[in-house]
Design a protein around this ligand. Structure first.
Ligand SMILES: [Fe+2]
Ligand SMILES: [Fe+2]
Length: 196
């Protein structure tokens, strides 16, 4: 059975518990992500409470280093590919989804939105796209091109995904970080929609 977080009381209890897993500096990001996710959910007609729940929980394992991420993978039976076994940043999306499910009995769409918030994937559902974009454009973020991405995010969500994925792929390449092939597949999928 999954649990729904619908009332202000339930959501503030959830916030309190989720924030205890975060580094101080990440709390502002997660709060901003929730605010942005709710706005996007309102704009596109997604479930607002699910958007808030996924945003509140999306980085719940972010502060764990690689060895601890791998311990969680073992515990939850997450099979890691060659990219993930070396990269805590990629793994936190997967371990976060599983941990959120274990601790808070989240619903499947919330689980999926946490699972895909870092890499994206082709043909994402609306909540997945909302969390992907909210994570990227929330108010405390600042990087070159963010105003255009913010604008696009409220114009049409698929072209915004194309732009977001493109910017993210370019940024990962420029920094020499591990780029997961599913992000490229996701970009290929949304690319045609960029100028739609
Ligand atoms: Fe994250
Ligand atoms: Fe995040």
């Amino acid at each position: 059975m999954s649990k729904q977080y619908r009332t202000d009381y339930e959501l503030s209890e959830l916030r309190l518990k989720a924030y205890s897993f975060l580094d101080e500096k990440r709390i502002a990001h997660v709060a901003g992500c929730e605010q942005e996710a709710v706005r996007l959910a309102e704009k596109y007609g997604a479930d607002i409470c699910q958007a808030a729940t996924a945003a509140i929980l999306h980085d719940i394992t972010k502060k764990l280093d690689l060895p601890n991420q791998l311990i969680l993978c073992k515990r939850y039976g997450i099979i890691c590919d060659e990219f993930e076994t070396k990269n805590a940043s990629l793994l936190h999306a997967k371990t976060g989804a599983w941990k959120a499910r274990e601790l808070f009995e989240i619903e499947q769409p919330v689980f999926d939105a946490i699972m895909w918030h870092t890499t994206g994937r082709p043909d994402m559902d609306l909540l997945e796209k909302i969390i992907y974009l909210a994570d990227y454009i929330e108010p405390s973020r600042s990087f070159e091109g963010i105003s255009l991405l913010r604008e696009k995010a409220y114009e049409a969500i698929d072209p915004a995904m194309a732009l977001g994925l493109k910017m993210s792929i370019e940024d990962i390449r420029a920094r020499g970080y591990t780029l997961h092939p599913v992000s490229i597949e996701a970009y290929e999928f949304y690319k045609e929609k960029e100028h739609a």
